[in-house]
Write a protein that binds this ligand. Sequence first.
Ligand SMILES: Cc1cc2nc3c(=O)[nH]c(=O)nc-3n(C[C@H](O)[C@H](O)[C@H](O)COP(=O)(O)OP(=O)(O)OC[C@H]3O[C@@H](n4cnc5c(N)ncnc54)[C@H](O)[C@@H]3O)c2cc1C
Length: 374
Amino acid sequence: MPDFLDTEHTEVLRTAERLADELAALAGRVAEGDIGAAVRESSKAAGVFGMTQPVAFGGTGAGALALAIVRDTLASRNVGHLPGVFGPSPGVLAEGGEPLRSQFLLPYLAGDMRSGFGFTEPAEAARHTWARRDGDDLVVNGAKSYVTGGADADFINALVEVDGIGPAMVLIETDRAGVTLGQRFGTLDGSHHAAFIFSDVRVPATHVIGEAGGGLRRAMRQINATRMAIAADCIGLCRFAIDLVEQTLVERARRHGLQEESARVGTDLERVTLGGMRIAAYAARSALYRTARLLDASENAVNEVMAAKSLATETLSRICDGAVQLVGGTALVDGHPLADILRRVHALQLAEGPTEVLAANVARGRLDLGLGRM
Ligand SMILES: Cc1cc2nc3c(=O)[nH]c(=O)nc-3n(C[C@H](O)[C@H](O)[C@H](O)COP(=O)(O)OP(=O)(O)OC[C@H]3O[C@@H](n4cnc5c(N)ncnc54)[C@H](O)[C@@H]3O)c2cc1C
């Protein structure tokens, strides 16, 4: 349990534990295809659904620590990834004025529209997706290569280099003339993505979200929040995998104990492996909670968020590998939770910035900008 929680956050923890129990029971009872509605209902009743939505949009606008506690706790029961736990978050669109608010943000928050986030570009792109101003319009050209949920999205919030202004987040409807869905593909973790090509796509200049030129900063804020979400999910999953290993070792000892009076839990090698897992999880979990507290104190924590995300994903990857090895072949059987986590973790090591890119950026933060703590 995270140390030094005040009364408010202790209450958040208790709520998350109750919800985790409820969702774990649901996951065993409800068919996979129908689970979203049941999860949403439980999450709304617990007051968790609105935590990722600002108060201005009907949510509770939870802070970083509260969100980390909930995600860590739900993932520790392997239920944090279920659809419907959190309501749609406005992300960069929260900063859009009219007409974006009425036409897109409110229908999106009500669940009547879907969106995607267009940041990554094809490696072979000659230049970043760009736009030129033409009267009251922007004319967009370029491509985005990895838009999660993009094939079902009504619009994409895309990072676009606007000539003479700089990077801007621009809302582009997917049914606009000139938008082509180039490819739809799934990844190992079970998620779906789309690649888009933009050829002279005309959007009103009012589709720029917030002031033009601040797009990269705005995109980074959304990416930061997602990195924290990934980190907290991974930390919870580390605990889940370690719990599974410990249960396995205890059951093995119990089976041996039927024959041997002196049976103890775990061989020396198993104990060293388990101890290493717990040490790694302790370090990564401490980093997550420290970073969440920095964010809640309104500190610049971009570098710490990168550190927490890479530490959490890499730690989960190693722990999951070790857990599969200790549990044995049954852990690789389709449907086993460790097999499922193993499939998900590699995507998390790449999404929102691969580990090596984050490390290079942490060094840049220190050497070029004088930022970053240890
Ligand atoms: C499940 C999933 C969901 C995603 N969803 C979205 C989404 O919704 N929207 C979106 O825009 N993108 C999304 N992405 C894309 C994701 O952000 C990119 O895959 C990621 O940023 C890596 O980019 P890349 O795949 O082009 O690999 P590259 O940038 O080519 O990197 C490949 C490898 O090269 C090495 N490398 C690259 N640059 C450096 C460097 N500077 N220093 C050291 N080593 C380096 C690293 O080892 C890295 O892992 C998603 C990806 C995944 C896996």
